[in-house]
Design a binder for this molecule. Sequence first.
Ligand code: PLP
Length: 399
Amino acid sequence: MSKYSVGMPDEKGYFGEYGGQLLPPELVEVMNGINDAYEEVIKTDDFKNEMQELLSDYVGRPSPIYFARRLTKKLAGAKIFFKREDLNHTGAHKINHCLGEALLAKYMGKTKVLAETGAGQHGVALATACALVGIDCEIHMGEIDIAKEHPNVTKMKILGAKLVPVGRGTKTLKDAVDSAFEEYLKDPVNSFYAIGSVVGPHPFPKMVRDFQSIVGKEAKEQFLAKEGKLPDVVMACVGGGSNAIGLFTAFLDDEDVKIIGVEPAGKGLNTDDHAATLTLGTKGAIHGFECYILQDDEGNPLPVYSIASGLDYPGVGPQHSLLKDLKRVEYKTADDKETLDAFMQLSRLEGLIPALESAHAVAYAMKIAPTMSADQSILVNLSGRGDKDADFVADYLNL
Ligand SMILES: *Cc1c(COP(=O)(O)O)cnc(C)c1O
């Protein structure tokens, strides 16, 4: 049991002063129902066996750890390793928790899984998991995002998901959340709301963390087998924080291992165009839970920006909020320019085109590696592959 996660969250869903269920009483009851079902179902052999089989034979786990020789040589400092979540089916870590959520919904006897999506990554991963598990899937997506994210929209349709365009308000993620949640409230008994990161009301930050913790569990064993010791630094990008907490959980008690989460500094921390929630945010609440948040004077979430659409969220997971206060994890940033540079360098030195989200973590690793010695090592979570970003980057850089 980890000193940093023992008894956490507590039975009300708090990690220290973060998390919880800021919801009307009837919804608290619904969430507690999900928590009870989760705790019961995950202990059954049927669930464990089915999850295990799908993770290995369908997702392709364990994902390997890869030593980036040429990148390391170029930086002339610490050895850099990548946990290859980009090799998972559907190309990122999100399938780990989407599969868990879809399977849980099935075991709970739900007939429909619902979610919103911004750029469509969560939508595609969830539609994939629902097709596999055999349960209806409904994805709410802003009309502006639908126009922008054509390949993901097409994939969701092919996978059989019902796509609900949201034409109100900003026509983007924020209103898609409201729309999906309203639909969920019409029938919370038969439907399941699948949250896409370690955010939202309890039990989601806990469940999504648990489903993602396979990443760190594998990585620790693999790294020990390869190098005979633990890495000096583990690192991951932080949007809501699911890929990061997935890797970090296994290392929280290894106090010699430095843990770094990397947030998007966008066009600069001194501009309005970033999403560095833990770096510049303050304590507040969003979407039914308490956490650090980028907010205005009235507590409304500020508009945020990242070149990586998967990182532009004004809140962050409650456990990350606590880990920041405890100083167990350091939260740093990478800006657009550093991220694009890392994206190109990794592509050309290693033949790995990273997701722009993951490229934030790569950028920070590239920054600190030269300050470390050759007998030290950095393990970076390569949370996803960059196929989805290739056209955008090529246009942006005029390639
Ligand atoms: C969605 C996404 C992220 C951000 O989500 P977290 O919950 O912070 O992990 C990071 N990387 C990739 C590849 C993504 O698709």
